[in-house]
Design a protein around this ligand. Structure first.
Ligand SMILES: *Cc1c(COP(=O)(O)O)cnc(C)c1O
Length: 360
């Protein structure tokens, strides 16, 4: 049995080395005679895993000491609700930038708990861009500004933090965390579901400035209360230990590859190869404004949508999986997260050229 190149958007491909290591350790974790899934999260062995995982992430992202690193349940969607509950004082208001499907979901969830103001949106141009900062509405009276730095479905990415003055930026980095170097101190909260660039589903990573933590709404469930969870090492209830452990293996893998700077270079090369193939043909097209294109998720359409099914079937035959675009936008999408090797993108590009030659 051989592994395919897996372009799924999430859950997504994991580094082969990480899977092999997990397999080696599966039955007997570090000489305990049990798997990492079968031991107490509060025991010495797992506490060690938790600590190593956090320190590795702190090194990779260069996280300032005053930030808490939390491993919480419920994925990124749980954080859509947890963020306003934790951050907004009574009578507070939150600004949201709407750049696509995931922003729209974050906004809808926040509206249940907060006075939400959409300060900018690219809905009018079918979410093909990041709204230019000078066209945003007023930020007066807001407590934070929420952005989705990478829209996983639409393939739109912020390539710099917007200037929002002293307001904290809250960022849903589910699909581009650890893909490039960022300055964490420019953010109030960074959160991410783990199943794209970190590990597997069911876990949310939260990096939060301790200065923003402490006055959660009294109705905040304690398992997503940032202050309580930081006091309890994210172990207020039983955490998703297997996902946490895998995150540690992925962080170790990233460090061994030379850290985020090296990974960022590799990611840019992969994205350039794919966008180059799309732009260099009249058969494939990407709808996103070139300055705002994602380096992680590359949606593209075929000149004739009637060929979509044959494209996908032929791709499967060529060992290229998960290329179907999201049902809301159609077409194709190649998710090329950190764990996708250059070889996978090269095979995809060759496949696309050959498909165009025979069907174009
Ligand atoms: C996948 C994704 C989510 C949802 O993550 P869950 O862990 O399923 O809740 C949220 N935001 C973005 C940007 C995503 O890519």
């Amino acid at each position: 049995m051989s592994r395919v190149f897996n372009f799924n958007p999430g859950p997504a491909t994991l580094p082969l080395e990480v899977l092999e290591r997990a397999r080696e350790e599966f039955l007997d974790f570090r000489g305990t005679g049990m798997s990492v899934m079968e031991m107490s999260h509060r025991g010495k062995v797992f506490m060690g895993v938790a600590e190593e995982t956090e320190s590795s992430l702190r090194r990779l992202m260069n996280i300032p000491d005053r930030y808490h690193v939390l491993f919480l349940p419920g994925g990124a969607s749980m954080m859509f609700a947890a963020v306003p509950l934790n951050l907004l004082p009574n009578g507070g208001a939150a600004g949201y930038v709407n750049t696509g499907s995931w922003s729209t979901k974050a906004i809808a969830q926040a509206q249940a708990y907060a006075d939400v103001r959409v300060v900018a949106s690219s809905e009018g141009t079918s979410f093909d861009r990041v709204p230019d900062r000078d066209a945003w509405g007023s930020l007066n009276g807001l407590n934070y500004v929420h952005i989705t730095p990478n829209e996983t479905i639409g393939g739109v990415e912020f390539h710099a933090e917007p200037n929002v003055g002293d307001l904290p930026i809250v960022a849903d980095m589910s699909s581009n965390i650890l893909s490039k170097a960022i300055d964490v101190s420019k953010y109030g909260v960074i959160y991410a579901g783990a199943q794209k660039n970190i590990a597997i589903s069911g876990l949310a990573l939260v990096v939060v400035d301790s200065e923003l933590v402490g006055d959660a709404h009294p109705m905040t469930p304690s398992v997503v209360n940032f202050a309580q969870q930081s006091k309890n090492d994210s172990m207020l209830n039983t955490p998703n230990t297997f996902a946490w452990y895998l995150a540690g293996l992925v962080f170790e893998w990233l460090e061994a590859r030379g850290g985020i700077a090296a990974v960022e270079e590799a990611n840019k090369r992969k994205a350039a190869a794919l966008y180059g193939a799309i732009d260099g043909s009249n058969f494939y097209a990407n709808p996103v404004r070139p300055t705002d294109r994602s380096i992680m998720n590359v949606p593209f359409t075929l000149a004739d949508a009637g060929l979509d099914q044959s494209f996908l079937a032929a791709a499967e035959d060529a060992g290229l999986a998960g290329l179907k675009g999201h049902r809301s936008v159609g077409g194709m999408r190649a998710s090329i997260y950190n764990a996708m090797p250059q070889a996978g993108v090269d095979v995809l590009v060759d496949f696309m050229r050959e498909f165009e030659r025979t069907h174009g």
